[in-house]
Write a protein that binds this ligand. Structure first.
Ligand SMILES: Nc1ncnc2c1ncn2[C@@H]1O[C@H](COP(=O)(O)OP(=O)(O)O)[C@@H](O)[C@H]1O
Ligand SMILES: [Mg+2]
Length: 316
């Protein structure tokens, strides 16, 4: 006979539409029955679970407790929109390639690389990279809102993390833990440091133990805050940087598109600006041109918008 605890869990998982847990408990009961010598009952239970398995996984909605914690997006950004070094592009291609060929790897007992850490200054393409993976692999992008995930209550945070990792197994997608150092970094200053460390550690452990088909991306602007030892939990660590002269120029040409005039960008100085700041400066220049009924952005305007960005953080 199933224990009272098991029956309660069955009822609960039914009402929470948690079919994974339902199946797990049903199989526990089967195992228990088998031990008692009730072989045919055990077999019947197992068969029932097996029969329902295929349908079950697809139908499961996000657990209610994860509402407001995960954004589901289907991004449109292309790999060609991203301006990064060839080295980074190659690393990305390898991740995509291994994902697409994962069955072949699996036959040889190998796994595709899918636990990725992205680091680098703000505005250099980390979030964009996650979006590109989703688009290229035709998977949904799930962005985990870290500030909602981490609460004052350690227990609550762990429960949410556990639910999240269950979803990762059941719903294939690209999962982005953006600025995940929120767990271990600044927030720790206002909170119990030991507590936050424990949460960060359990997060990293869950990543390590994950055997799903999803891609898990953690992004951080503050690599220094993180313990080097955690790098080994990821299959790949990719470092982003602000654009080189060539990369920045390519970005500007891309962003200007048909609004570019016949000038060279060789002398344009955008040193120190991130991809994001450069993109914004170009868009500002395009907007001004449009509002002035100009077909092209002129060089002086472009230059001054870039300078405006460079001095944005200095007091006047
Ligand atoms: N490497 C890049 N190539 C092209 N555009 C970029 C790049 N990095 C950032 N951008 C532009 O800046 C925006 C913000 O970048 P994002 O990926 O959110 O930066 P991060 O996550 O590294 O802070 C992007 O949507 C894109 O328009
Ligand atoms: Mg980002």
């Amino acid at each position: 006979m199933a224990t009272a605890e098991q029956i309660k869990t069955l009822i609960k998982s039914h009402f929470e539409a948690d079919s994974m847990r339902f199946s797990t408990v049903a199989l526990q009961i089967a195992a228990h029955e088998a031990k008692q010598g009730h072989i045919s009952v055990a077999d019947e239970i197992k068969k029932l679970v097996d029969k329902s398995k295929v349908k079950v996984i697809k139908l499961r909605p996000f657990n209610e407790d994860l509402n407001g914690l995960v954004l589901e997006l289907s991004p449109k950004v292309k790999l060609s929109d991203l301006i990064v070094s060839d080295k980074i592009k190659e690393r990305m291609q390898r991740i995509l390639h291994e994902f697409k060929q994962k069955d072949k790897l699996l036959k040889h007992g190998l796994e595709n690389r899918r636990k990725i850490l992205l680091s680098g200054p703000p505005g250099t393409g980390k979030t964009m990279t996650a979006a590109i993976f989703a688009r290229e692999l035709q998977l949904p992008l799930y962005v985990i809102l870290m500030d909602k995930l981490v609460t004052k209550f350690m227990g609550e945070t762990s429960v949410k993390l556990r639910l999240l990792f269950e979803s990762i197994s059941e719903r294939q997608g690209v999962y982005l833990f953006d600025e995940f150092d929120a767990i271990g970094g600044e927030r720790a200053l206002n909170n119990d440091v030991g507590e936050m460390r424990r949460i960060l550690n359990s997060f990293l452990q869950m990543i390590e133990q994950d055997t799903s088909n999803s891609i898990i991306i953690s992004a951080t602007n503050n690599l220094d805050l993180l313990d080097q030892a955690l790098f080994r939990r990821f299959d790949d660590v990719i470092h982003y940087n602000i654009p080189s002269k060539t990369e920045g120029t390519e970005l500007i040409i891309n962003k200007l598109g048909k609004y570019k005039g016949r000038y060279s960008l060789d002398k344009l100085n955008f040193e120190g600006l991130s991809h994001s700041e450069i993109s914004q400066a170009v868009l500002d220049a395009i907007k001004i041109s449009i509002l002035n009924d100009k077909q092209k952005v002129d060089y002086q305007l472009l230059n001054s918008m870039i300078n405006e960005k460079k001095h944005a953080y200095k007091s006047q």
